[in-house]
Design a protein around this ligand. Structure first.
Ligand SMILES: O=C(O)CCC(=O)C(=O)O
Ligand SMILES: [Fe+2]
Length: 336
């Protein structure tokens, strides 16, 4: 989708150490489970919010077909999306390189801040997503996930302690509505309006969404492609809803809340184990509860990943007009 295409290639400011952990320690947390071990796979998804599915390369057809088959193989009888939304991320990059020369698109391979996918759909974003690996780059490209439950725990631990901010972020994060809409630059399709608390429970599953501001790209990288040292600490798209009543005091409180949650996300992102996906594996993620991010990568081997979005019977449902929306390519077609 458009803003993910534009804007994920930025550094997590300050808190994310560029030094990576070794792959051994990285596999802690996210389990590797075979494609046909459905019970174990769903247990892992429920407990950790993400799982690495192995053996995807053994399914038939092209890589795109393998990626398309993954949802029905892993969520039999539970899908509400007839066909998953499958995009070759590398194909999106090729398309953008050929068609656009503006700066954000030169950022392919830069680290990717933790985010949620499918924001263009607003409330109706896919509840599960997967990344199928056709090939990895020569260096880098480790993935990580950030658990919304841990972010919430972090916010609640702080509440009531001496160094706690004056506001009760633990409560407000679940009650204060904020503007979660992905607004695109002029000429591109905006995300659907999405106003909700940052966190809430749906079917006993935490919903927690975060997208990265397009301004973060401009802020993060200087004219020569280097990283700026004075990154803004707060790069999410979240913003306060203009209050009908309440005035400045209310705005300040909401801003403080957004900053507290953002800081907790960054701390969790810095602490999250990194892991390397291998060819033929898929990273499957609960896109309601978890954020996902990725370290930078480079080398001459093209990194080929297929992004799969799908909707289960525990989601808010399929977005209206889904075939028309949702990818960089679709967004561009729609705006032409
Ligand atoms: O490159 C990756 O590993 C993840 C990419 C991603 O998050 C996306 O395209 O939505
Ligand atoms: Fe993503």
């Amino acid at each position: 989708m458009f803003l993910q295409g534009v804007c994920r290639y930025v550094w997590l400011p300050l808190l994310l150490p560029p030094l990576l952990r070794s792959e051994e320690s990285c596999s802690e947390g996210i389990r590797r489970i075979g494609l046909h071990e459905l019970t174990a796979m769903h247990e892992a998804l429920e407990s950790e919010g993400a799982v690495i599915v192995t053996g995807v390369h053994h399914t038939g057809g092209t890589w795109e077909e393998k990626a398309s088959a993954l949802p029905s193989l892993t969520f039999p009888g539970r899908l509400v999306s007839k066909t998953p939304k499958v995009q070759g991320i590398h194909l999106e990059h090729q398309h953008l390189k050929q068609n656009l020369t503006t700066k954000p698109f030169e950022l392919v391979g830069k680290p990717l801040l933790p985010h949620t996918d499918g924001y263009i759909y607003g409330e109706f974003l896919p509840d599960y997503i997967a990344f199928v690996v056709e090939s990895q780059s020569d260096t880098g490209g480790q993935n990580f996930v950030v658990d919304g439950n841990k972010v919430l725990e972090r916010l609640c631990e702080k509440s009531g302690t001496a160094d706690a901010p004056s506001l009760d972020a633990c409560l407000l994060v679940r009650t204060q509505t904020v503007d979660l809409t992905e607004r695109s630059p002029p000429g591109y399709v905006n995300g659907r309006e999405f106003i909700a608390p940052l966190m809430r429970h749906q079917h006993q599953r935490l919903r927690f969404h975060r997208q990265v501001s397009v301004l973060a790209c401009e802020d993060a990288v200087d004219e020569d492609g280097g990283l700026r040292s004075n990154l803004r600490p707060y790069q999410s798209l979240w913003s306060a809803v203009a209050p009908a009543h309440g005035g400045d005091g209310h705005q300040r409180e909401v801003t403080e809340l957004l900053e507290a949650v953002d800081a907790a996300v960054q701390q969790e992102a810095a602490a999250a184990p990194r892991f390397m996906l291998q060819e033929g594996e898929a990273l499957m993620i609960d896109n309601y509860r978890m954020l996902h991010g990725r370290e930078g990568y480079h080398g001459t081997t093209e990194r080929k990943l297929w992004r799969v979005w799908f909707w289960t019977n525990e989601s808010s449902g399929i977005p209206e007009g889904m075939p028309e929306l949702g990818s960089v390519l679709d967004a561009e077609e729609l705006s032409s």
